[in-house]
Design a protein around this ligand. Structure first.
Ligand SMILES: Cc1cc2nc3c(=O)[nH]c(=O)nc-3n(C[C@H](O)[C@H](O)[C@H](O)COP(=O)(O)O)c2cc1C
Length: 261
């Protein structure tokens, strides 16, 4: 079940899929010409302006808009075009039950083995500093003090209600995928966030739900080979919500890039 593709297995899938590549002339006939890439500025703005939003207006987002956003996100590239990952839209009773059970599990301090590991354990000091800074940005915007455990728990609990966003998604992946599949799915997810933003919508990824993969599989009747990656909230940002004043910084270029001569 957990078998990861060996390097040779991966190369063979890539080779097989490259056999499907059309010669250049046929490709041009098969697909309409690509539109010239002019809206560079708006893409740059979307990349700069996007941030995680955790307070939403009750305005609904029509199903066809959600489906359109997913279709756009699915244009993301992926190794051998395998397009890993699935999205489950929650509504009605399934959303209510899932959120209620997640909140209850969190309140009881229940623990489950997660389907994948996210952070290095233990976190090296440099990363720990970034984690603390992002927590400070969030709780600072809310006016929740560092030692206010109840205030922090209250905000954390909101993860499990998808921050009351009109759209709540659960993101899964076939657990046989290794890091490459998660990388591809991440590109889709980012595409989804940016497509939502282009539509005037806001998003927040919710890794917190991945703490309860067994519970989620049970409530949503998912098979064992569906690994729970994260949740995603989508909706109209509430401009008045203090939590949406959260602003995070990024490391300096020199921290993550160098030229090798
Ligand atoms: C995969 C993933 C999982 C995340 N999980 C959570 C979460 O559980 N709760 C939360 O409030 N924010 C979550 N975030 C949002 C991050 O905290 C946020 O992206 C980061 O602090 C940078 O801030 P920004 O998105 O506003 O630029 C998650 C982001 C990603 C990409």
């Amino acid at each position: 079940m957990d078998a990861r593709l060996s390097a040779s297995g991966r190369a063979s899938i890539m080779r097989r899929s490259s056999a499907l590549v059309l010669p250049a002339r046929r490709l041009c006939q098969a697909r309409p010409a690509l539109r010239p890439v002019t809206p560079v500025l708006s893409i740059a703005c979307a990349l700069k302006d996007r941030r995680s939003v955790r307070g939403f207006l009750p305005n609904p987002v029509p199903d066809d808009v959600v489906e359109e956003l997913l279709g756009l996100a699915r244009r993301a590239p992926s190794g051998a075009n395998l397009q890993p990952g699935s999205f489950i839209g929650l509504r009605g009773e399934s959303r209510r039950q899932l959120s209620d059970e997640l909140v209850q599990a969190f309140r009881e301090g229940r623990q489950e083995p997660e389907d994948y590991s996210y952070f290095p354990d233990p976190l090296p000091m440099g990363l720990r500093r970034r984690q603390v800074a992002s927590a400070q940005a969030l709780y600072g915007a809310l006016g929740v003090a560092r030692d206010d455990r109840a205030g922090r728990d209250q905000q954390f609990e909101r993860n499990f209600r998808f921050f009351d966003a009109p759209v709540a998604l659960i993101v899964t992946i076939d657990r046989r995928f290794g890091p490459g599949g998660y990388m591809d799915l991440g590109m889709s997810l980012y595409g989804l966030m940016l497509a939502a933003q282009a539509r005037g919508l806001a998003t927040c990824a919710i890794g917190a739900v991945a703490s309860y993969p067994g519970l989620i599989r049970r409530v949503l009747c998912l098979p064992q080979d569906s690994a729970i990656v994260c949740g995603l909230a989508i909706g109209h940002a509430d401009p008045e919500a203090p939590v949406n004043r959260t602003l995070t910084e990024r490391a300096e270029l020199s921290d993550y890039f160098r030229w090798a001569e």
